[in-house]
Design a protein around this ligand. Structure first.
Ligand SMILES: *[C@@H]1O[C@H](CO)[C@@H](O)[C@H](O)[C@H]1NC(C)=O
Ligand SMILES: *[C@@H]1O[C@H](CO)[C@@H](O)[C@H](O)[C@H]1NC(C)=O
Ligand SMILES: *[C@@H]1O[C@H](CO)[C@@H](O)[C@H](O)[C@H]1NC(C)=O
Ligand SMILES: *[C@@H]1O[C@H](CO)[C@@H](O)[C@H](O)[C@H]1NC(C)=O
Ligand SMILES: *[C@@H]1O[C@H](CO)[C@@H](O)[C@H](O)[C@H]1NC(C)=O
Ligand SMILES: *[C@@H]1O[C@H](CO)[C@@H](O)[C@H](O)[C@H]1NC(C)=O
Ligand SMILES: *[C@@H]1O[C@H](CO)[C@@H](O)[C@H](O)[C@H]1NC(C)=O
Ligand SMILES: *[C@@H]1O[C@H](CO)[C@@H](O)[C@H](O)[C@H]1NC(C)=O
Ligand SMILES: *[C@@H]1O[C@H](CO)[C@@H](O)[C@H](O)[C@H]1NC(C)=O
Length: 407
């Protein structure tokens, strides 16, 4: 009796998990805005849902940045190009005030000399640090494509030229953005899970010239998060273990960053922005799991002069001087782990993350894994059960025979 109930419970569980999760889908539309003769790309995406609309702006004029705004369904974007190209405040507006906004700026690329092979960056050790400013790369568009229901933009930053310091470098940063409007895994490794409210950002540091005085160069990325959230609280970093590495071989962890809400109730926490990534960096173009290294994240910190921090970026065009009342915090992620041979080993390293709104998705066991678990647990149970019946039947029929013989 007990055996039967365990088995049916398992089967029930399997059928529940196997049900394709009912996911909401948005319709995605995009267009380039404020085209200009400087190869500077600004893309506007509009993802309409039944009750609201998500607007995205991806901008490569200066520091690459992303703005995400949730509005009522009918709200439209109003961008005054003349002012926008001059980076003036309030050159981006919405016809109705957004319900929620969050932005991100690729603020700095940091090269550090990892003298003792710890893979941990020490920002205070200025002699072993070089800061590269993303706006000093020459950003050009490699492709803009619609892949299924998603939109992809591939940009490449080349010919680094810091004219003030007279520093130039060869090599490129490839930055690929993908906008999604449905729940699925991305097709490029590490196959992040994305929702209908998210964008993937993928970095490749391809053959970037390192400082000749640094023997053990590694790279780190500093992001600025700007937007609605409690400016007095610090971004919440939450590394989560997962049981399943089916989509990202060998990686059993997801790092999650949540924008702190004004109150502490869960409801508010679930209606905000988040970042998510797997702590893995691939060191070859094939993104082979055996040739990968790790990423390390550091505690976020508040930015003291918030308006200055966003000036000359697309986010200033929207937030303007209001940035002083917003959450503006920086977060650093370094690429590499102890003993991996440093950047010089392959001159290639990647980092991929998701920026989204709402509840960060959790990896669920896939049907295949559930089937394997079900068979793995269920088969022995069936065998035990069958054996039980057989033994019962035998002893019963034996008793029968005995009775017969006794007669
Ligand atoms: C724009 O991009 C094209 C192709 O990448 C390049 O040939 C051209 O020089 C660029 N123009 C400017 C002004 O950077
Ligand atoms: C839209 O709002 C209605 C009523 O509030 C709700 O039942 C429905 O689930 C919402 N749809 C989405 C996609 O959030
Ligand atoms: C767009 O913004 C400009 C400048 O703020 C304003 O003059 C114009 O009326 C706005 N247009 C719409 C359609 O709201
Ligand atoms: C832009 O900022 C200046 C202060 O720096 C302010 O005086 C001006 O009103 C702002 N412009 C708009 C359109 O809000
Ligand atoms: C490397 O290790 C040596 C010896 O432990 C130490 O003196 C030195 O400060 C370390 N260098 C860095 C950059 O951490
Ligand atoms: C860097 O910029 C300066 C000033 O615009 C220019 O003179 C120089 O040729 C540039 N260097 C390279 C390598 O493009
Ligand atoms: C800039 O650096 C190059 C070599 O890296 C040097 O030849 C050139 O004279 C420098 N220019 C200035 C203005 O310092
Ligand atoms: C290399 O690092 C040194 C020390 O930090 C710095 O002075 C120099 O400008 C750097 N060179 C380049 C090409 O970045
Ligand atoms: C996507 O955003 C909508 C808009 O408010 C929200 O209702 C929904 O829960 C979000 N989806 C996820 C998976 O977080």
């Amino acid at each position: 009796m007990l055996r039967i109930s365990i088995l049916s419970l398992l089967l029930l569980l399997a059928s529940v998990f196997a049900d394709p999760s009912v996911s909401t889908k948005r319709t995605l539309d995009f267009k380039e805005v404020c085209t200009n003769n400087k190869n500077w790309t600004t893309l506007y995406l509009r993802a309409e849902g039944s009750n609201d609309t998500l607007h995205y702006l991806w901008d490569f004029g200066g520091k690459p940045s992303i703005l995400m705004a949730l509005t009522s369904p009918a709200a439209t974007l109003n961008i005054t190009c003349e002012d926008f190209l001059l980076r003036k405040n309030n050159s981006i507006t919405f016809s109705q005030d957004p319900i929620y906004t969050i932005g991100i700026i690729i603020n700095r690329i940091i090269e550090f000399n990892d003298v003792n092979d710890t893979a941990v960056i020490n920002i205070a050790d200025v002699t072993n640090i070089n800061v590269l400013r993303p706006e000093f790369f020459r950003w050009s568009r490699k492709s803009l494509s619609v892949i299924g229901d998603s939109v992809g933009l591939d940009m490449e930053g080349n010919s680094y030229n810091d004219t003030a310091k007279n520093i130039t470098r060869y090599g490129s940063i490839k930055l690929s953005l993908r906008g999604f409007c449905f729940l699925d895994h991305t097709e490029t490794t590490p196959h992040m899970l994305h929702t209908e409210n998210s964008t993937q950002v993928d970095f490749i540091f391809d053959n970037i010239q390192t400082n000749e005085t640094f023997s053990n160069s590694r790279f780190a990325i500093e992001l600025l998060m700007v937007g609605d959230g409690n400016p007095d609280r610090i971004l919440v970093i939450d590394p989560k273990k997962s049981l399943d590495d089916e989509h990202t071989p060998g990686i059993f962890e997801v790092i999650e960053v949540r924008v702190p809400a004004f109150d502490r109730t869960d409801k508010m926490e679930s209606t905000g922005g988040y970042l998510q990534w797997r702590p893995v960096s691939y060191v070859t173009a094939s993104r082979d799991a055996t040739l990968s290294t790790e990423t390390i994240q550091y505690p976020p910190s508040k930015v003291s002069n918030r308006v200055n921090a966003v000036k000359n970026t697309m986010l200033y065009c929207y937030y303007g001087e209001d940035a002083k009342n917003l959450l503006v915090q920086s977060i650093i992620v370094s690429l590499g782990s102890k003993g991996d041979g440093f950047y010089k080993k392959t001159h290639y390293t990647t980092w991929t993350f998701i920026i989204g709104y709402g509840i960060p998705p959790d990896e669920q066991f896939s049907n295949l894994v559930i089937m394997i678990i079900t068979i793995g647990l269920g088969l022995p149970l069936i065998i035990i059960f069958a054996t039980g019946i057989y033994v019962c039947f035998r002893s019963m029929s034996k008793r029968h025979t005995d009775t017969y013989l006794n007669r």
